[in-house]
Design a protein around this ligand. Structure first.
Ligand code: ITT
Length: 198
């Protein structure tokens, strides 16, 4: 079993990742390390921000950790909100304000295609590795559903008639960006990590 600190303050990410990580990992919260504020993210890409969050925890505590930086990239907005997804409507970050801004910015476009992307960064013993997952879909201009978080009520994955917010966590986790990135991490872990319980 490997102790794995999740380098995020987002409880929904923790829920989604925890449901998939499996029994080889003992999941730990960075609040146990005394980190209770948002970890700074000042990069220009999801990959840079993801690395920055894992590096922040690694530099201070040296622990094995996994960070997540995710974003919604909307084609007609040139990839926005992208790296600005959490604070699209400004500070303080607010899911509803972000969604309302997205609806208003998109109303003049017919093309509603978009993708969700996650970049996970795994740190162990000074080594960093990244894993990316994406799912394509489209933005609906009337929010639907009450599950999930963030832009979930506005995102309808391709080949689905429901938004992410109309799915249970396990249904979302069968297809979503974060789950796809996590499966890549798990394949790497199964191949390369030593679990002391084996
Ligand atoms: P941490 O930095 O502490 O991990 P955060 O919420 O600030 O938490 P991000 O910087 O990755 O995380 O921000 C991504 C934003 O994109 C997030 O706040 C949501 O608004 C949105 N988002 C990310 N993944 C999502 C998902 O699976 N469903 C809906 N919205 C999502």
């Amino acid at each position: 079993m490997i102790e794995l600190y999740l380098a995020t303050q987002n409880k929904h990410k923790i829920e989604e990742l925890s449901a998939l990580l499996g029994s080889h990992f003992l999941i730990k919260s960075i609040s146990e390390l005394g980190v209770i504020d948002d970890i700074p993210e000042t990069g220009k890409t999801l990959a840079e921000n993801s690395r920055q969050k894992a590096q922040f925890i690694a530099d201070r505590f040296g622990v094995t950790c996994l960070s997540d930086d995710s974003g919604l990239e909307v084609d007609c907005l040139g990839g926005l909100p992208g790296v600005f997804s959490a604070r699209f409507a400004g500070e303080p970050k607010n899911d509803l304000a972000n969604s309302n801004k997205l609806i208003s910015e998109m109303s003049k476009y017919a093309d509603r295609s978009a993708r969700f992307v996650t970049v996970l960064t795994f740190h162990q013993n000074g080594q960093f590795r990244q894993f990316e997952g994406e799912i394509r879909g489209e933005i609906v201009l009337s929010p639907r559903g009450s599950h999930g978080f963030g832009y979930d009520p506005l995102f309808q994955p391709e080949n689905e008639s429901r938004t992410f917010a109309e799915m249970t966590l396990s249904e979302k986790n069968l297809i979503a960006h974060r789950a796809r990135a996590l499966h890549k991490f798990k394949a790497f872990a199964d191949e390369s990590l030593k679990f002391v319980d084996e």
